[in-house]
Design a protein around this ligand. Structure first.
Ligand SMILES: [Zn+2]
Length: 308
């Protein structure tokens, strides 16, 4: 199956300021790593993302909040919370980020039958319906899930989040919709402090997998595999969305998990195998965190190679 790498230069225009861990070098590192792996680089379909419309962002976010982000960005920027910044380019970056996932959904479901990895920033999985949080402006993956259901009349969607932080925003945006199953593995206790195992959401459609830092990497792979299998017992997804946060790699400055490239490959292959059995292999994956740029680049290449 062919794999699209979807991105947009606007994702580089989200300027978080000097010294902020979520910077454009994270995306550039992916391009750099790809150049060292021409066999992957030349096999991917390179796609420039479209920009999500305000109506599409409003599938999951409150209109006044969307308006606030646009106005603040157009006015030159400012802080939305202690560590979430908006710059003049952020509105276009955030719309391109969400738009990349919507393109990915269209490719997966349009008969093109292409999987996709979206190299985007700002990330999305902490964003709430009416509030930015944790470097995130809009919930890209949650928007994509709802878009797939509305635009392509899809029923069941599975979201898997292996970022080292709990996908609290994604959970908040999807936990009232039992047709979306959400699995998040994250370091515990750790930012943002949510996501205990017994928080299953009001419809029991959330599987939180809190894990200690510094464990042997196989333990994380096993725990996430088990949770994915539990989340799909009697629930056959028609689309798999991945919040691919690579701050779960060993050595990340914002996390204490211990994944190596081989574990990224193993998790990706596992999802590819399952998605092949469930839904013709439809997977749309998006970059979330990951703050050691070189590691992010290597991990993204391994992730895409395993998707090919
Ligand atoms: Zn993270």
């Amino acid at each position: 199956m062919s794999v699209a790498l979807i991105s947009h230069s606007d994702c580089g225009r989200h300027d978080t300021g000097w010294g902020h861990p979520e910077h454009v070098g994270r995306i550039r590192a992916i391009t750099k790593a790809l150049r060292e792996h021409p066999e992957v680089l030349t096999t991917l379909e390179h796609v420039e993302a479209r920009h999500a419309t305000e109506d599409e962002i409003a599938l999951m976010h409150a209109r006044p909040y969307i308006e606030h982000v646009r106005t603040l960005s157009r006015a030159g920027g400012g802080h939305l919370d202690a560590d979430t910044v908006v710059s003049e380019g952020s509105w276009d970056a955030a719309r391109a980020g969400a738009g990349a996932l919507l393109d990915g959904v269209d490719f997966a479901l349009s008969g093109v039958g292409m999987r996709a990895f979206c190299a985007v920033r700002p990330p999305g999985h902490h964003a709430l319906a009416d509030r930015a949080m944790g470097f995130c402006l809009f919930g890209n993956v949650a928007i994509a899930a709802r878009y797939a259901q509305q635009r392509h009349e899809l029923g069941r969607v599975l979201i898997v989040d292996w970022d080292v932080h709990h996908g609290n925003g994604t959970q908040a945006l999807v936990e009232h919709d039992a047709s979306i199953h959400f699995v998040s593995m994250h370091q515990w206790p750790w930012y943002p402090g949510t996501g205990p195992a017994d928080d299953r959401g009001p419809h029991q459609n959330v599987w939180n997998v809190p894990m200690a830092h510094g464990l042997p990497a196989e333990r994380y792979v096993e725990a996430l595999t088990r949770a994915i299998d539990e989340a799909t017992r009697g629930f056959t997804p028609e689309l798999v969305l991945v919040s691919a946060g690579f701050d779960s790699m060993r050595g990340d400055p914002l996390g204490g998990f211990t994944l190596e490239i081989e574990h990224v490959e193993a998790l990706t292959r596992l999802l590819v195998d399952r998605a092949t059995a469930w839904c013709s292999g439809r997977i749309v994956s998006a970059l979330e965190g990951g703050y050691a740029p070189e590691r992010v680049g290597e991990a993204c290449v391994a992730h895409m190679r395993a998707m090919l």
